[in-house]
Design a protein around this ligand. Structure first.
Ligand code: F6P
Length: 374
């Protein structure tokens, strides 16, 4: 068996990546006497064979560091833009790099895009093992992802802080929370931070319903409100327009010209920029209260990983090394009921774990009278 493991981090960074790199590296060396090399800047560094040795020294002192010591990038391995708009399938190049290093496996740490890339590599015979990392918690097949817990705490803290100023000024304070197309972060932080309205991509909202709930609070003597809105949340009208465009695209024959529909979808997404500011304007108009927007943005991705994220990354990282030593590849090491479990990449890639509408956190929000837009 080859004695070297390659490792890379891809997609948006998240707290816990270094803890996972450390866990893979240290357990590979201590338990299996394997070497570990890290590819720089995700799949782009892999393609260019930019790598560093990850030995004892380089793995020390990184457990509590945010970000990734390896750097990251967003690249699709089967169509890499080479500068002049031409897109090239880089898998043969990657295959050569993997063979040159005689890798037992390539460990890819990432979210949904990374799982898809890993499957593309697995399909051409490259031995890959992935770990689920993202603040969005939307990777299919795992109970949770590392990065999520830390980001949720950051967002909760921000919402906590908005309370006092909302109260002083009798305002509506809107916190826009990351999460891409899922609402895990917003739901968790909104509930933990005591938001009065929580708006998720999974539950298209009616602005009037949100305004009514704020007016009800006002009538009850609370003339401030906190709204936690996911960056991907949409009004029911926007969602209908979006889904209609997507449906038309899906129904097109493979060889049909989709440029007009793609253009319309693009215009739709561009139009959604600043949607939280527009929500604020609308709520001001409907309630007569002043509204302010705080976009939490990348603050949620930075900083020291929480204890839970370090533990998760460490458990999954050491389990990845065990799987490789056992000759198991083509899998993501998922967390299920506290156990590290290998799940075939075919099951994971291309699927998204959205918040189920009957999730206990949604039930609790409803029982507490939190407006969730419907
Ligand atoms: O996937 C993590 C994430 O932070 C999402 O929540 C967000 O939509 C996206 O990445 C932002 O990406 P970028 O860092 O490229 O702006």
């Amino acid at each position: 068996m080859a004695k070297t493991i390659g490792i890379l981090t891809a997609g948006g960074d998240s707290p816990g990546l270094n803890a996972a790199i450390r866990a893979v590296g240290k357990s590979a060396q201590r338990r299996y006497e394997m070497h570990v090399i890290g590819f720089k800047d995700g799949f782009s560094g892999l393609i260019q064979n930019r790598h560093i040795r990850l030995d004892g020294d380089s793995l020390s002192g990184i457990l509590s560091k945010g970000g990734t010591i390896l750097g990251t990038s967003r690249v699709k391995v089967h169509k890499v833009d080479v500068g002049d708009g031409t897109r090239i399938d880089m898998r043969p190049m990657i295959q050569r790099v993997v063979e040159d290093h005689d890798l037992a496996a390539l460990v890819c740490l990432g979210g949904g895009g990374t799982q898809k890339n890993a499957l593309r590599l697995h399909k051409v015979g490259i031995p890959v093992v992935t770990l689920p990392k993202t603040i969005d918690n939307d990777v299919w097949g795992t109970d949770t992802t590392f990065g999520f817990d830390t980001a949720m705490s950051v967002a909760t803290d921000a919402i906590d802080r908005l309370h006092s100023t909302a109260h002083s000024h009798h305002r509506i304070m809107i916190a826009e929370v990351m999460g891409h197309n899922t609402g895990w972060l917003t739901l968790g932080a909104g509930l933990a931070g005591g938001a009065d309205a929580i708006l998720l991509p999974e539950l298209p909202f009616e602005v009037q319903a949100v305004a009514d709930s704020i007016l009800q609070r006002k009538a009850g003597g609370s003339n401030f409100s906190i709204v936690a809105v996911a960056e991907g949340a949409m009004s029911a009208a926007d969602k209908a327009e979006h889904d209609d465009l997507r449906r038309q695209l899906d129904e097109l024959d493979d060889d049909a010209d989709d440029s007009e529909l793609r253009e319309r979808l693009n215009t739709f997404h561009v139009g959604r920029k600043h949607s939280t500011e527009r929500l604020a304007e609308k709520l001001e108009e409907l309630t007569g209260l002043e509204a302010r927007v705080t976009i939490l943005g990348h603050v949620q991705r930075g900083g020291t990983p929480s204890t839970a994220d370090r533990l998760l990354a460490t458990q999954l990282g050491t389990a990845a090394t065990d799987a490789i030593a056992d000759g198991v590849t083509g899998v993501m090491i998922a967390s299920r009921n506290g156990e590290a479990v290998p799940v075939p990449l075919e099951e994971v890639a291309g699927n998204r774990k959205s918040v189920p509408l009957d999730h206990p956190w949604i039930e609790s929000a409803r029982r507490l009278g939190i407006a969730i837009g419907d």
